[in-house]
Design a protein around this ligand. Sequence first.
Ligand code: GLV
Ligand code: GLV
Length: 328
Amino acid sequence: MPEIRPKVYVTRRLPQEGLDLLAASCDVEVNPEDRPLTRAELLAAVADAEGVIGLLTERIDAAFLDAAPKLRGYANYAVGFDNIDVAEATRRGIPVSNTPDVLTTATAELAWTLLLAAARRVVETDAVMRSGSWTGWGPLQFLGADVTGRTLGLVGAGRIGTAMARMSRGFDMPVLYTSSSGRRNEILERELKAELVPFEELLARSDFVSVHTPLTPSTRHLFRAETLRLMKPTAILVNTARGPVVKEDDLAAALRQGVIAGAGLDVYENEPRLAQGLAELKNVVLLPHVGSATFAARRDMALLAARNLLAMLLGGTPPTCLNPDVLR
Ligand code: GLV
Ligand code: GLV
């Protein structure tokens, strides 16, 4: 009997380890161009696919599922899965997965990178050096925010928020957190004496506010003019989660008017575009959605996505399936 090799489509080139793992038992086709597919190209490319690995920038919705009638599994190359209509996939009996855990440390490290860079004005002052306009050391030059002993507020304390909080130990920071489920994070409470507080209280008490909540209808525009006003004027906002959690026009205005002191952003409301005026501000650090962009995290995401898809197509338990009930 000929070996049955399921057809898999991968919407963008991924680290080779993941592609090799798939290729051992599937016929794999990869988007040959190093650019995102247009929606029309994506829908055409998946017409014969039994399995797909896709990106957070692609919508996996009813129209996508209609365009892929042979689909038996979809693996998201991301931990966030607001791009997937999980209910629709479940209704059609199609398992879908994401890539938690393997990018937790990398993303928490990037949140710290943004926090420290915004606190100490790293990007603004790097630009001064490059422009040749530095006049030499001065007692009042480029003063920034203190970090040690200041309060860290986590909006959402899941895997990444917890990792970020644990990394704060060297900075001796009181830790506050919110929980949309209302569930306590016992690890943080035990290890760091972290305090579960209402959102408004977290905003009022924190010197650094870091966003670690998924994007859902209830977290969209959680940060907007009215809530930004509840933060300290000396506070810094860090977002490595999803752009639309912050109303970016309101944030740009708040940064311009000194409502808050600074921000460090890795994600945007309308990627790859920036809100009007944001790029002109000195008190914001802007990174191109690179939270998981380390060699190890991206390799391990590729391996995890491949393992999920292989289990969906060949049998077995996908390690991080979002709708495991469809497999029963
Ligand atoms: C990246 O944003 C991810 O969700 O993995
Ligand atoms: C989000 O899914 C996280 O890992 O915190």
